[in-house]
Design a protein around this ligand. Structure first.
Ligand code: PPE
Length: 304
């Protein structure tokens, strides 16, 4: 999507005008993918803007950074406050939030350790990720010919910039084939995730989703949906799935901060159908939670 520009970006501790948030072309991360990031959403609620699971996202950010031996130089609490400050400065009722930590300028070569770590937080309005229609009618997806990396190669569990090279391959292929999204299998054939979403199936009233050990990002939306499904008395099983489990599913949906809860209408041309009842119930409950319409999930909201 083309970026809608807003006023300020938080860069290394200061709010700077959008156009001034720049780096040198010899920034380490540009050459070697040495970055980690987050995707968070702030929603409009009856009591003003609220960021969904802000603290949890910042903890994951911190974890991703630590796995790559990156010192952020800010505590999770400080980063949480920086997000609030950035949204307030831009005066946005709702937005997408993109914290990024990356290895900056000064050293070249694969070893990232000596390169300085820079941290930025950008926000911008980002409506529906796969289109408004997707949330209502679902999307057509295809199994990618690209595979998810194993857990010992650019671990899918770390939200690193480098992971998205693989997602990019799968996304280009999916779009060229006319699909809204590509679903990645791992080398053993287990279903992993979309290029920017986790995946769930519903069969005979039971909800299943791939386990972390199959090579997925442990999505916070995935976690929220599991909690919500549990409260609605749907059994949720984390189990390995193969592509025929997708073809045979009664319902399929994908989850992600950007994508939210999106029904899948078909996989490789096998029609799953319009958004199913379980998907719609979970989607409705998720939107109620993020928009502050369900007091049960108030603790997930960080009000500005
Ligand atoms: N898997 C992948 C590969 C992924 O990128 C995301 C989020 C998820 C699962 C779901 O994670 P969570 O957001 O915590 O529920 N993808 C982010 C980036 C998308 C982008 O295009 O950029 C997002 O949704 O913000």
């Amino acid at each position: 999507m083309a970026l809608p520009e807003v006023e300020f970006i938080w860069m290394d501790g200061k709010l700077v005008p959008w156009a001034d948030a720049k780096v040198h072309v010899l920034t380490h991360a540009l050459h070697y993918g040495s970055g980690v990031f987050e995707g968070i959403r702030c929603y409009e609620t009856a009591d003003g803007p609220a960021v969904f699971r802000l603290f949890d996202h910042m903890e994951r950010f911190d974890r991703s950074a630590r796995m790559l031996f990156m010192e952020l130089g800010y505590s999770v609490e400080e980063l949480v406050e920086a997000v609030r400050e950035t949204i307030r400065a831009n005066n946005l009722p709702a937005c997408y939030i993109r914290p990024l930590a990356f290895r900056g300028y000064g050293f070249m070569g694969v070893d990232p350790i000596n390169s300085p770590v820079q941290v930025i937080i950008a926000v911008w309005p980002w409506d529906s990720y796969l289109g408004e229609d997707a949330l209502v009618h679902g999307v057509d997806v295809g199994i990618s010919s690209w595979r998810q990396r194993g857990i010992n190669a650019v671990p899918p569990g770390i939200k690193s910039s480098a992971s998205y090279v693989n997602s990019g391959f799968a996304k280009i292929e999916a779009n060229r084939h006319g699909y809204a999204e590509g679903i990645l299998l791992n080398e053993t054939g287990h279903v992993c995730e979309g290029t920017g979403e986790n995946i769930f199936i519903v069969r005979d009233g039971v909800i299943s989703t791939p386990p972390v050990s199959d090579g997925i990002l442990e999505g916070l939306t995935r976690d929220s949906v599991i909690v919500i499904a549990d409260s609605l008395d749907y059994p949720v099983i984390e189990e390995s799935l193969v592509r025929t489990d997708l073809y045979a599913a009664d319902e399929i949906f994908m989850t992600g901060t950007a994508a939210e809860v999106v029904p899948v209408r078909s996989v490789d041309g096998h029609v799953i159908g319009d958004a199913g009842p379980v998907t719609l119930e979970l989607q409705k409950a998720y939107f109620a939670a993020v928009r502050g319409q369900d007091a049960v999930y108030e603790e997930w909201l960080d009000r500005l």
